[in-house]
Structures are given as structure tokens and as C-alpha cells.
Design a protein around this ligand. Structure first.
Ligand SMILES: [Zn+2]
Length: 345
């Protein structure tokens, strides 16, 4: 029992292969451990521990919310609730995939790439969940049934394919062009987010007069938008650790803050969607097109399938061993003295 909870050794960036390096994080690495060691590392402070918990705990919050909607609102019998269900399902999947990725990515360089492919796929799915619920509840009155509304979901599905492909591809030029790789990833996630929010940005920032759908949900939408931009800022800038490399290795680095802001943003987004649903229900049922299998569950299932295929395609070269690299040395006992500069994303 004592050996089960034996603390694992953690390493400095200069002691681990470059693939594991995070920008301006100098210590707290624990690469190449077994799956059991990865799970036990949840209870030991490494530079990944809080990344894991900041997404693992919220998974249960969103799952509780999903179960509540299913049981209390008898969602299966009411197709008006389906887009909310799909959105909540993606809100459970993305933090769960992220916490799993952060837990097991330290097993090997190959595992790291595949874990983050799955993480990116889940985020891409979340953008589809947002689009489906925005199409159903958030579009301003003026735009409901317009040309953009009619094509919105088709384009959102296409964006999911582009986002997953681009973000997975961004891991390949990581060594040769780290800046290009990071920029590609930022664009891959920012682009579907901005697209999904076109109707909302129009509604809360541009629209004037009749049909702008001003209601109590707007303040919640503002909170969500502010947190979403803060999330993007933290992801892109690596602040605060870039200002003081090594000072935030375990607590307070940008990725942890990025996780917390993303979850808070998703919480406000969920509340705003629920509020729009509540206050606009009768108007939407009378004026918007019907919510059916073709505009809620099918796009979701289609994107799950396509995302898995894309991830499989990007994983095949790694699984075949062409790009797989093994961890040099026994890092648990004798870390290799290999000098490696943290990659600047
Ligand atoms: Zn993360």
C-alpha cells in the first residue's frame, strides 16, 4: 500500500525529451511513467496536476447538469430541448478529454500526440455543440430563418472538420517551426469560435432597433464573451510564466488559468443559452423552423464519426512507428543528461 502511493520523481526541463517541454515551465515534469503512475500523479504535485483537476472536476458539474435536464425536463419527449442536450454533452466531453490527455500524455511522446489529438477533437465537437444551440436559441429575431441561419449548421459542421484537421496537423511542424505550429493551433480554435458567435456578436454589439432580441440573457452572454477572450489571451501569450520562467511551474501558470477561464466561460454560456431558451421558447416555436433529428442529433453524430476518422488518420503515422520516438534512458531512475531548450510555441 505504501509503495502504491510512493511519490514519483519529477524532473527539470533539461532532463526530459524536448517533446514534453512547455514554454517557460522549468520543473515538475514526470515523463514516461506507466498508466498507473500517471493516475497516481493526480495526487502528487507536478506541473500537470492542476491542469488535470481544473478540467476533471468541472466534467462532473456539467454531467450533473446534463442528467438534471434529462430527468427533470424530460428532454427526450421535447425536441426543443435537444440542442441544449447536445451542447451539455459536448461540455462534459471536452473537459473529460482534456483531463485524460493531461493525465496520460506523459506516458510517451507517441501517447502525448494522440492524447492531444483527442483533446483537440473534443474541443472541436464543443464548437459544434455551441453552434447547434446558438442556431436553436440564440440567433437574433431578425436573422431567424434568414439565409445565414439556413446555412449556419452546415458551415459549422465543415468548420469542425477544418478545426480538428488543422489543430492535429499543428503538432507535426512543432520542432521545425514552433511559432507557426502555435499560430496554426490558435487559428484552428479561434476561427470556429468566432464563426459560431457571429449571430451573438451581431445581436449584442451591432444590432439596433426591432428584432435585436434584448433580454436578460444578454448580460450572461457578455460574461461568457469576456471570459472567452481572456481564455484565448492566456492560451496565446503564456502569461504569467513568460514574465518569470520557473516561478509558476506548479501553481498559477497560463494553462491552469486557461482551463479555469474556459470552464467559467462555458458556465456562463450554458446559463445564457438556458435563459434564451426560457424567455424565447414560445416565440421560437412559432417563428423558427422545427428542431428535428436532421438539425440536432445527426450533425452531432456525424461530427463524432468524422473527428474520429481525422484523429485516426493523424495517429496512423505515429502508430506505425514512423514518427514515434522512445523516451531515452530510464527516466524514473536515471534521467538522461540531455540539454534541451524549452520549445517556444
Ligand atoms: Zn489543457
Amino acid at each position: 500500500m505504501i509503495s502504491l502511493f510512493r511519490l514519483q520523481r519529477v524532473f527539470k526541463a533539461s532532463q526530459v525529451p524536448r517533446v514534453f517541454h512547455e514554454d517557460s515551465i522549468i520543473s515538475g515534469y514526470h515523463p514516461c511513467s506507466s498508466a498507473k503512475d500517471c493516475i497516481l500523479s493526480l495526487f502528487q504535485l507536478t506541473n500537470e496536476t492542476l491542469n488535470i483537476w481544473t478540467h476533471f472536476l468541472p466534467t462532473w458539474y456539467f454531467l450533473w447538469k446534463l442528467v438534471t435536464v434529462v430527468l427533470v425536463q424530460t428532454a427526450w419527449q421535447d425536441s426543443f430541448t435537444w440542442p441544449l442536450l447536445l451542447f451539455l454533452l459536448t461540455c462534459c466531453i471536452y473537459p473529460l478529454a482534456s483531463s485524460c490527455a493531461h493525465t496520460f500524455s506523459s506516458m510517451s511522446p507517441r501517447a502525448r500526440h494522440i492524447c492531444f489529438f483527442l483533446d483537440y477533437g473534443a474541443l472541436s465537437l464543443y464548437s459544434l455543440g455551441s453552434a447547434v444551440s446558438y442556431s436553436a436559441y440564440v440567433f437574433p429575431d431578425k436573422w431567424v430563418n434568414g439565409l445565414f441561419h439556413q446555412w449556419f449548421l452546415t458551415l459549422a459542421v465543415l468548420n469542425t472538420v477544418i478545426c480538428t484537421s488543422m489543430s492535429c496537423y499543428s503538432r507535426f511542424p512543432e520542432y521545425q517551426s514552433p511559432k507557426f505550429s502555435k499560430s496554426l493551433r490558435v487559428v484552428a480554435f479561434a476561427y470556429p469560435y468566432l464563426f459560431d458567435n457571429i449571430p451573438l456578436f451581431y445581436r449584442v454589439f451591432v444590432c439596433e432597433g426591432e428584432g435585436c432580441t434584448e433580454n436578460d440573457a444578454n448580460i450572461l452572454h457578455y460574461n461568457h464573451i469576456a471570459l472567452a477572450f481572456l481564455t484565448g489571451f492566456l492560451f496565446a501569450t503564456h502569461l504569467p510564466e513568460r514574465l518569470a520562467p520557473g516561478s509558476f511551474d506548479y501553481i498559477g501558470h497560463s494553462h491552469q488559468l486557461f482551463h479555469v477561464c474556459a470552464i467559467m466561460g462555458t458556465h456562463f454560456q450554458m446559463k445564457a443559452i438556458e435563459e434564451d431558451m426560457r424567455v424565447r421558447r414560445s416565440w421560437l416555436l412559432g417563428h423558427s423552423g422545427p428542431l428535428t433529428w436532421s438539425n440536432t442529433p445527426w450533425p452531432g453524430l456525424f461530427c463524432v464519426l468524422v473527428n474520429f476518422l481525422i484523429i485516426l488518420l493523424f495517429s496512423l503515422p505515429l502508430l506505425s512507428g514512423a514518427r514515434a520516438t522512445k523516451c531515452p534512458g530510464n527516466l524514473q531512475g536515471n534521467p538522461p543528461q540531455r540539454s534541451a531548450r524549452p520549445v517556444k510555441p
